[in-house]
Write a protein that binds this ligand. Structure first.
Ligand code: ATP
Length: 301
C-alpha cells in the first residue's frame, strides 16, 4: 500500500505555531544491539489526545518512559511541558499523570485511602469523590485494593493517574482487562478530561479505542514513528478505494472504486432496484495499521 518514496506523506506535521505539550526529535535509546528508539520524532499539541500504536517491542513503552522521566535516553531532543524530562524536578512531575501498564501495589488500602494518600502529593488535586465517581468505583470506595477485580484495579490506577489534575496524562494500555461496558465508560471519562483541556498520550493495542478517542494517531515500528495523522486520514485511508460487494444470482461479485455511490446507483439501475447482499467496505483503521506495519517490516527485510 505504501512505498519508501512516499513515506514523508505519512507523517503529517502539526502547524509550525502549535503550542506543544510534547516535542521529540531524533530520540534514540539502545539496549546493546536492540534499537528500542531509533530516531523517534513526535509532537503532541496541548489539549489533544494522541494515540501511540505499534506492535509488541516497537518502542512505545521506552519512548513514553523517557518522556515521563523514568528512563535516560542515548540521544535526541525531548521536551515535555517545556522541560527536558532528564532534568525534570518535583514540580514538573506534579504536572504529569501517569498510568503505567503494571498496577500500583496498594492492596491493603481502600480505594478512598489510596486516593487520599496520593492526593497529598499534588498542589491542586481533584476532589476524591469526583474522581471515584468518574472512574465508576463509588460502590467500591471502601474496598481494599486486593479485593478489587482486575478491571476495578485498573480503574483505580486511572483514578490515581488523574487525582493530581495533570496537564499531561500518560495512559499505557489503560483498558486492558475492562469489560465492554467499562471500556465505554472509560472512553467517556477520557472525553471529559479532554474537554477540560488535559493533553493525553495514550498507548493502546485496541484500534477501535484509538479511532474513538484520538485526535491523531502515531504508528511506531522498529523504534521510529512511521505514520502520524488523524485516524480518518492515516496512511491515505481517506483516499483508498472502497470495495462494493453484492450477489448476482448465485455469484458473489466485488468492485473496487473511488466512487461507490455512483457505482451503486448504476448497479441498482441495472439490476432493477434492490441489490442483493449489498455491502460497501472502506479500509478500517486496523486495515491501514496492519498494512503500514507490514510494509515497514518488508522494507526491513
Ligand atoms: P509492547 O507493546 O509489547 O509493550 P513496546 O512497543 O512498548 O512493546 P518496548 O517495551 O519499548 O516496546 O521495547 C522495545 C524493545 O526494547 C524491545 O525489543 C524490548 O525487548 C527492548 N527493551 C525494552 N526494555 C529493555 C531493557 N530494560 N533492557 C533490554 N531491552 C529492553
Amino acid at each position: 500500500m505504501t512505498t519508501t518514496t512516499d513515506r514523508d506523506d505519512l507523517l503529517v506535521p502539526v502547524p509550525a505555531d502549535a503550542d506543544l505539550a510534547v516535542r521529540v526529535r531524533g530520540l534514540r535509546k539502545h539496549y546493546g544491539e536492540t534499537k528500542a528508539c531509533d530516531g523517534v520524532d513526535l509532537d503532541v499539541v496541548r489539549g489533544e489526545v494522541v494515540a501511540l500504536l505499534g506492535p509488541n517491542g516497537a518502542g512505545k513503552t521506552t519512548t513514553t518512559e523517557i518522556l515521563e522521566g523514568y528512563r535516560h535516553r542515548d540521544g535526541g531532543e525531548v521536551s515535555v511541558l517545556g522541560v527536558d524530562p532528564g532534568k525534570g524536578d518535583r514540580h514538573w512531575r506534579t504536572r504529569l499523570g501517569i498510568v503505567l501498564q503494571s498496577a500500583n501495589d496498594l492492596g491493603d488500602l481502600t480505594v478512598e485511602e489510596s486516593l487520599r494518600h496520593f492526593a497529598g502529593y499534588y498542589p491542586s488535586p481533584r476532589g476524591i469523590d469526583e474522581v471515584i465517581e468518574a472512574v465508576g468505583l463509588v460502590e467500591k470506595r471502601r474496598t481494599k485494593g486486593f479485593d478489587l477485580s482486575g478491571g476495578q484495579r485498573r480503574r483505580l490506577d486511572v483514578a490515581l493517574g488523574i487525582i493530581g489534575s495533570p496537564e499531561l496524562l500518560f495512559l499505557d494500555e489503560p483498558t486492558t482487562g475492562f469489560d465492554p461496558e467499562a471500556r465505554r465508560e472509560f472512553w467517556e471519562l477520557i472525553r471529559s478530561l479532554r474537554g477540560l483541556g488535559t493533553t493525553i498520550l495514550l498507548t493502546t493495542h485496541y484500534l477501535d479505542e484509538a479511532e474513538v478517542l484520538a485526535d491523531r494517531v502515531a504508528v511506531i515500528s522498529r523504534g521510529r514513528v512511521i505514520a502520524c495523522d488523524v485516524p480518518a486520514r492515516l496512511g491515505g485511508r481517506d483516499e483508498s478505494l472502497a470495495t462494493v460487494s453484492w450477489r448476482e444470482g448465485d455469484d458473489p461479485r466485488t468492485e473496487r472504486t473511488h466512487e461507490p455511490t455512483r457505482f451503486v446507483q448504476e448497479l441498482s439501475a441495472r439490476l432493477g432496484g434492490e441489490i442483493p447482499s449489498l455491502a460497501i467496505h472502506r479500509p478500517s483503521l486496523e486495515d491501514v495499521y496492519l498494512s503500514l506495519i507490514g510494509d515497514d517490516h518488508e522494507d526491513a527485510s
